[in-house]
Design a protein around this ligand. Structure first.
Ligand code: TAP
Length: 491
């Protein structure tokens, strides 16, 4: 049993607030299996309080000069930088991910997102549209209102800031619900936002179970827009619920990314990128390479180098700066990923490496990076999202065959293409049904670039200009400048 249990309340109207029915969830550190956190469970009354606070703050925040809102983003980013070590530690304790990924990706990526949107203030401008000599038409960009932001457990900070930064710049206020098992770091961040000077009520955090707290939030009539990242199944529930009063919805959902390596690719570089693409964040990543398609005549040589490198990945205590692969998020998820590996084998797959826990790790939900071959295009592990360090490899001969295997999924989030032939690369980029592609590299999502899925991977984009548009409504105003208006009725 851990000596120290960190207890967290809700964060409403700039203050820590106890949940109205006094319920807390115990959360273990997935790397040690010790109870480490105690997290408030918000019921309907608490959600109502948070939405009311966000509604009350909206009028004032939306009237703050856009340049001042941009400065606020920079102040929050400054607070994150100052507190990197402390916040990264909490993030790693609750997620099991390597501390260097908490620092560089979760906090580093959040800082970059805040800085990017702080510089995007001119994109709040509307347009002046030429119509005729006697009319001036302009568009106004107005904040959409009070937003519900629902976050999954795999990147509790980064995915929050993909939503928080554009929403604040646009003038929206926020009620954010993190995954119940990864709520602590974002609650710490909410306090930092207040310290940075963000007015009370602009950013609120309600923690608790998805089907209770999350559902109460998406049903709430005081919410104008829902920004959701999570599974496709929950995304469907959210879309249905939002239809009741036509709330704006953006959905970032599941993925099953292919990476296609042609025989003219730089194989050493492709191996390196596919390692990171498959096993970064323990493969708990919606853009993770999960279907590795290798052209037949490089199949063996690629796999030899790939597996040699995989077996050198350092799996160890996530708090150690040298650790490269940490623990999976929970026992439930660890069991689920293992079931996928068993299913892969029962359908004829052959585990080339991994498939079990590392011998030196006695506690925690650690799993060796796993590669399975002899997988057919319709096998479960080739079609379903596993969300763990498991890659299915498949050979292909010609472009069309690679495209067919890559697109054989309900998802369309991301993918990679490796070839030195630029014409082929662009042909493949057009043929692959995915919203975000890499050519001759893999991974890394840049705040300037719109990111989001096709098919059942979602609706709408985050980041870039489109990520800001999520939080804006366009209003058209027509001004008549031509003297008397033309008569329609004769009388
Ligand atoms: P989900 O189970 O879908 O949960 C996502 C969030 O929704 C959590 O905060 C969850 O709360 C909440 N939730 C669950 N049921 C809800 C309901 N009825 N109403 C409102 N909220 C509800 O996903 P997950 O297991 O956390 O994350 C993994 C999934 O996220 C994968 O499918 C992955 O591909 C996807 N993902 C997509 C992206 C992008 S950018 N496309 C990025 C990361 C992850 P609780 O967890 O507290 O129950």
């Amino acid at each position: 049993m851990s000596a120290e249990i960190m207890k967290y309340d809700l964060f409403i109207n700039g203050k820590d607030v106890k949940p109205s029915d006094g319920k807390y969830l115990k959360r273990e550190n997935p790397a040690t299996e010790e109870t480490t956190f105690s997290i408030a469970q918000a019921g309907k009354t608490d959600v109502d309080k948070a939405v009311s606070a966000a509604r009350a703050a909206f009028q004032k925040w939306s009237s703050v000069q856009p340049t001042e809102r941009a400065s606020m983003l920079l102040r929050i980013s400054g607070k994150l930088k100052e507190n990197t070590d402390r916040i990264a530690r909490i993030n790693t304790l609750e997620t099991g991910k390597p501390i260097r990924e908490s620092k560089l990706v979760e906090i580093g990526g959040s800082v970059k997102t805040l800085e990017y949107y702080a510089g995007a203030v001119s994109r709040l401008n509307g347009e002046s549209i030429p119509v005729s000599d006697n009319q001036l038409s302009v568009t106004l960009k107005e904040p959409v209102g009070v937003t519900a932001q629902i976050i999954p457990w795999n990147f509790p900070l980064l995915l929050s800031f993909w939503k928080i930064a554009p929403a604040l710049l646009a003038g929206c206020t926020i009620v954010l619900k993190p995954a119940e098992i990864t709520s602590s770091a974002i609650l710490e961040v909410a306090r930092l936002c207040s310290e940075a000077g963000l007015p009370d009520g602009v950013f609120n955090v309600v923690t608790g179970e998805g089907s209770v707290t999350g559902q109460a939030l998406v049903e709430h009539p005081g919410i104008d827009k829902i920004a959701f990242t999570g599974s496709t199944d929950v995304g469907k529930i959210i879309m249905k619920t939002a239809s009741q009063n036509i709330k704006r919805v953006s959905l970032e959902l599941g993925g099953k990314a292919p990476c296609i390596v042609f025989n003219d690719a730089d194989i050493d570089e492709a191996v390196e990128a596919c390692l990171r693409g498959g096993f970064f964040n323990q493969g708990e990543n919606c853009t993770a390479v999960t279907k590795l398609l290798l052209q037949k005549n490089i199949y063996e040589s690629f796999l030899e180098r790939y597996i040699e490198k995989i077996e050198k990945i350092r799996i160890s205590d996530p708090m150690d700066e040298n650790t490269e692969l940490g623990a999976l998020i929970s026992k439930e998820h660890y069991d689920n990923v293992n079931r996928y590996i068993e299913k892969g084998v029962s359908e004829g797959g052959n585990v080339l490496t991994g498939g079990k826990r590392p011998e030196n790790m006695k506690k925690g939900y650690f799993l060796k990076p796993t590669v399975v071959d002899n997988v057919s295009v319709d096998d479960t592990i080739a079609c379903e999202e596993i969300f763990g360090p498991v890659v299915a490899v498949m050979p292909f001969t010609v472009e069309d065959e690679a495209v067919r295997i890559a697109n054989n999924t309900r998802y369309g989030l991301a993918g990679g293409i490796w070839t030195k032939d630029i014409n082929r690369a662009m042909r493949m980029a057009k043929a692959i049904k995915a919203g975000y592609l890499w050519i001759n590299t893999y991974g890394g999502i840049i705040p300037q670039t719109p990111y989001g899925g096709l098919k059942e991977s979602g609706i709408g984009k985050e980041l870039g200009n489109e990520g800001l548009e999520n939080y804006l409504e366009t209003k058209t105003v027509n001004i008549y400048t031509g003297g008397k208006i033309p008569k329609w009725y004769k009388g």
